[in-house]
Design a protein around this ligand. Structure first.
Ligand SMILES: [Mg+2]
Ligand SMILES: [Zn+2]
Length: 200
């Protein structure tokens, strides 16, 4: 289930969104995040998202949470984590417009979740869901993440793609797949926000 923020941008640019990965991009990568108390924002997280809110991009979280399929935590835990993130953002005057996650993994063990799917990144299912539920056009949008699978998702949907060096990003930068390039590789989410502003 997606958590939707009660605060909505009033100056939304029609169709344009920033699809943001969660772990290693919005919050620190801590392995399987199984408790809301383990959420740690980067020092720039609130400012970066606030900038995206102000310029009128829809901010959409897209995150793989295979820990659900693997039995490490439940969907309720992920929802609680996202409510916690939403509350921390709200305190800082920022918001994420929609929170989407893939709970699946083909090698999982929890019935109903242990399956191949089209929403596990780099599959495009989460972006397609945003297209159905929000006013977004992927080819006019951005995908930001710390892994090449985030970049691959962005490429698949025709968005501009940004790899950030937080999370796994620095090691990912050293092992770029031969068939994949990002439109930008930047240090972190606030640098990514700045790059997106330059493209609007
Ligand atoms: Mg990540
Ligand atoms: Zn999925």
């Amino acid at each position: 289930m997606a958590v939707t923020s009660p605060i909505q941008s009033t100056n939304r640019i029609p169709g344009r969104a920033a699809f943001l990965d969660r772990d290693g991009t919005i919050i620190e990568e801590v392995g399987y995040l199984d408790r809301a108390e383990r959420v740690k924002f980067y020092p720039w997280t609130i400012d970066a998202i606030k900038v995206l809110n102000r310029v009128g991009l829809a901010v959409v979280m897209v995150t793989n949470q295979s820990g659900i399929s693997r039995g490490f935590f439940t969907e309720a835990v992920v929802d609680e984590v996202h409510r916690h993130i939403a509350a921390m953002l709200a305190e800082g005057g920022a918001h994420i417009d929609a929170y989407y996650y893939c709970p699946h993994h083909p090698d999982g063990k929890v019935p109903g979740y242990a399956q191949a799917c089209d929403c596990r990144k780099p599959g495009r299912g989460l972006v397609d869901r945003a297209v159905r539920e929000l006013d977004v056009e992927p080819t006019r949008s951005f995908v930001v993440g710390d892994r090449w699978l985030d970049v691959a998702l962005g490429r698949a949907v025709g968005a501009d793609t940004i790899l950030v060096r937080t999370g796994y990003g620095m090691s990912e930068e050293q092992k770029r797949p031969v068939d994949l390039t990002a439109d930008a590789v930047v240090d972190n989410l606030i640098a990514a926000a700045s790059w997106m502003l330059g493209r609007l």
